[in-house]
Design a binder for this molecule. Structure first.
Ligand SMILES: Cc1cc2nc3c(=O)[nH]c(=O)nc-3n(C[C@H](O)[C@H](O)[C@H](O)COP(=O)(O)OP(=O)(O)OC[C@H]3O[C@@H](n4cnc5c(N)ncnc54)[C@H](O)[C@@H]3O)c2cc1C
Length: 317
């Protein structure tokens, strides 16, 4: 299937490193609330930070992240290292003035494999324990490659998320829809169970309100209505009626954010569904690799399987 020539992609210019970790800004927690269902297997909180009076105010954009410096020291007595957290707030901030930014934090809970003792991730649990009024040190913003384009109306959007990878899309989708962007916008959100979907009610409301916004979930350990278990990439197949016209329209940008590894399945499915110039808008694939798409592995990405500038990735462990 071929598609019209794609418009050039020009990314929104954003600032970075206004505050370095060595000279961070102080922010105040103004909200911390659960953003999963009450009985979710993982615990995620939506945390809002007041940055008014700092140079971060009005200068943080969806798709960027902030650095968080947790209080305390590690096992060797050194201050804890900085961790990055994606912004979940829209460009106007949570308050409409750019003074309140937000992020989405998942408590990292693990078990030491040798001692089978509980291990609690340092920064994520520290952040989730914070109370309204607590002050924290932040740096950034970081990142300039995973942002919206300048001319938002010139493109359609397919956003793939797993877990807290949803954070940047919350801000981007608010930005797009509040600006009356008429583009087609599809958000495909993956989680193990229905209760782990983040901001689910919010996205359902947005999808009801805006006919050009399509919210599709992919639950990997439970049935999805008429379908059995689904991973994000499976939505491309089972919702081809809705997604194929967006992908073949010649204007689409694909964003992938969340668990490292999720990009492989998405690329395989794109290669199975699209061909010729349509596939080439998103992926340049060596002819050899094209012979057996189902056998691709992660080490082939950026080598035999190369995402084009129309594909944006922010994946982390
Ligand atoms: C660009 C970017 C954006 C991100 N955005 C988000 C976001 O929006 N939300 C979010 O929740 N996360 C996000 N992350 C991940 C985040 O930065 C942290 O990595 C995550 O919260 C875990 O940090 P932690 O301090 O809680 O865990 P850590 O204490 O750093 O532990 C991390 C891992 O190391 C293992 N580990 C560490 N020390 C030990 C030990 N002594 N014994 C055994 N195991 C150990 C743990 O099992 C765990 O798997 C992002 C990462 C990047 C790179």
């Amino acid at each position: 299937m071929s598609s019209p020539a794609a418009p050039e992609v020009q990314m929104r210019p954003v600032e970075m490193h206004i505050y370095r970790p060595t000279d961070p800004a102080w922010a105040t927690v103004v909200k911390s609330e659960l953003c999963t269902g009450k009985k979710a297997a993982g615990i995620c909180r939506h945390i809002e930070l007041d940055v008014s009076g700092t140079n971060l105010a009005g200068r943080c954009f969806p798709g960027q992240s902030i650095g968080v410096l947790p209080d305390g020291v590690d096992g060797t007595g050194r201050p804890h290292k900085l961790r990055l957290y994606s912004l979940a707030s829209p460009s106007r901030g949570e308050d409409g003035k750019g003074n309140v930014i937000s992020t989405t934090v998942k408590r990292m809970i693990d078990e030491h494999w040798e001692t089978h003792r509980l291990f609690l991730g340092v920064a994520s649990n520290w952040l989730c324990d914070l109370q309204v009024g607590d002050r924290i040190r932040v740096s950034g913003p970081n990142g300039k490659k995973f942002v919206l384009p300048v001319n938002t109306n010139a493109h359609d959007y397919v956003f793939f998320a797993t877990g807290t990878g949803i954070a940047p899309y919350r801000g981007m989708i608010i930005d797009l829809l509040e600006a009356n962007c008429s583009s087609q916008i599809a958000l495909i959100m993956g989680s193990p169970y229905q209760t782990d979907l983040l901001y689910h009610d919010f996205f359902l409301r947005m999808a009801q309100q805006y006919p050009n916004f399509h919210y599709l979930t992919a639950i990997s350990r439970e049935r999805n209505g008429e379908f059995d278990r689904l991973y994000v990439q499976d939505r491309l197949r089972v919702d081809a009626d809705r997604l194929l016209p967006i992908l073949t329209g010649g204007r689409a940008l694909v964003y992938i954010c969340g668990l490292a590894g999720m990009e492989l399945g998405i690329f395989q499915e794109l290669a199975l569904m699209l061909n010729g110039s349509t596939l080439e808008q998103f992926l340049k694939v060596d002819p050899e690799a094209m012979r057996d798409v189902r056998r691709w592995n992660r080490s082939m990405i950026h080598k035999q399987v190369r995402p084009t500038p129309r594909v944006f990735m922010e994946v982390y462990a």
